[in-house]
Design a protein around this ligand. Structure first.
Ligand code: SF4
Ligand code: SF4
Length: 385
């Protein structure tokens, strides 16, 4: 294998790019994860390469400001490795004027031998984001006993900046903190963790467990300040202070997802294989640019709205409306915001001695964060008065 020092970016930060094109490579997967939303796994067909070439030809001959992400999505995309390789090598040979990077989210179990070698050779232009659900035990519970089939070191060394995706299910939330800490120990820096969508979070015990696990993580991050905090701890409190409300992803605006038959959708959750034919056909009525269409009336006056994530596709599948969230998750989100606010407040207060040495813009940033935190933590305001 070639030893070249390359600057390989983290492609989970899609705001770094102007647009994304998703190709569904195949519906079938070699695993059966507990939270999987894809119900049509029996279909063995794979994507149509000539149509994919036509789409890329059209897309990549237009130059955007920040470039295009070409995303391969399964099932498990590497089941269709031969076609992915053919399409990528064709695209790289075209000298398109647009800058573009290839990306796939994978369960990692097929990345061995020939696939691994090809990916390593092309690691600067084809990036793989691994799904990894915590400790070996947690991962095996959620993801069909597949932990030992993944070469974790290969991912850490080949794409050191790339994030891993950790999904927390009702079966693994008991060990959430231990799961995140183990992923840090495997050598991954950027952990994007989220609660599984479209699963049953209604039991009241999850609230207690979530609060307990987040408190453990808070302690861990206060003791290990050099580590990049997992995404559960990334809450932009200054947007609460400034009441900045935004859409959470590029669905229907900056994203196009293309199914195996070459049809375009706002994102892969709107395919008829995922949400059903009737719902899939009705998406034409949705205006993804209209904040009223994607914001629930129940959330409009909530102080957490600027920081509260949602998946519009999951809302549509489960409740027939992109705005209508899972209200069991609402309570869990609030528990997280409060825990992270306490963590950030503790951190800022413990670093108060260095505040006077900070540049004015850094000081302003911290003040905005504190202002947002004060809006949701009444005890901080009481302490101040
Ligand atoms: S916390 Fe609940 S009410 Fe508030 S924005 Fe989130 S989902 Fe909506
Ligand atoms: S709707 Fe959900 S699945 Fe689709 S792009 Fe947005 S967050 Fe991702």
């Amino acid at each position: 294998m070639r030893k070249t020092k390359l600057n390989i970016p983290n492609m989970t930060d899609k705001k770094e790019l102007s647009q994304s094109v998703y190709f569904t490579t195949n519906l079938i997967c070699n695993l059966d994860c507990v939270y999987c939303y894809e119900h049509d796994k029996s279909d063995r067909s794979t994507f149509k390469i000539e149509e994919a070439k036509r789409t890329l030809f059209k897309t990549l001959n237009n130059v955007t400001k920040k470039g295009t992400l070409v995303n391969f999505h399964g099932g498990e995309p590497f089941i269709s490795f031969d076609k992915i390789r053919e399409l990528c090598e064709w695209a790289w040979a075209q000298n398109f004027p647009e800058r573009f990077t290839m990306f796939a989210t994978s369960n990692g179990t097929l990345i061995h031998g020939e696939i691994k070698e090809w990916l390593y050779e092309n690691r600067h232009r084809f990036i793989v984001g691994l799904s990894l659900d915590g400790t070996r035990e947690m991962h095996n519970i959620n993801r069909s006993n597949s932990f030992d089939k993944i070469d974790l070191d290969f991912f850490v060394k080949t794409w050191p900046k790339q994030s891993v995706k950790m999904t927390v299910s009702p079966h693994t939330i008991e060990n959430l903190a231990e799961g995140i800490i183990s992923i840090h120990r495997y050598g991954f820096h950027d952990i994007r963790a989220n609660l599984a969508e479209m699963v049953d979070w209604s039991s009241p015990r999850y609230k207690e467990i979530y609060a307990r696990e987040l408190a453990k993580l808070s302690k861990f991050y206060l003791e290990n300040r050099n580590l990049q905090k997992c995404s559960l701890f990334s809450v932009n409190f200054s947007s609460i202070a400034n009441n900045v409300v935004r859409k959470w992803c590029g669905v229907g605006t900056e994203m196009t997802a293309i199914d195996i038959d070459g049809r375009s959708y706002p994102c892969h959750l709107f395919f008829d294989s995922v949400c059903g034919k009737d719902k899939s056909q009705a998406i034409i009525k949705i205006d993804f640019y209209n904040p009223k269409a994607y914001t629930s009336k129940k959330c409009t006056n909530c102080q957490f709205l600027p920081v509260c994530p949602t998946c519009y596709g999951a809302n549509y599948i489960s409740r027939g409306d992109i705005a209508e969230r899972d209200w069991n998750m609402c309570e869990l989100h609030q528990i997280r915001f409060l825990e992270v606010a306490r963590f950030e407040a503790q951190k800022i207060i413990s670093e108060s001695s260095i505040i006077s040495n900070l540049k004015p813009e850094e000081r302003y940033k911290r003040l905005q964060i504190l202002k947002g935190i004060q809006m949701i933590l009444p005890e901080l305001n009481t302490n101040e008065s």
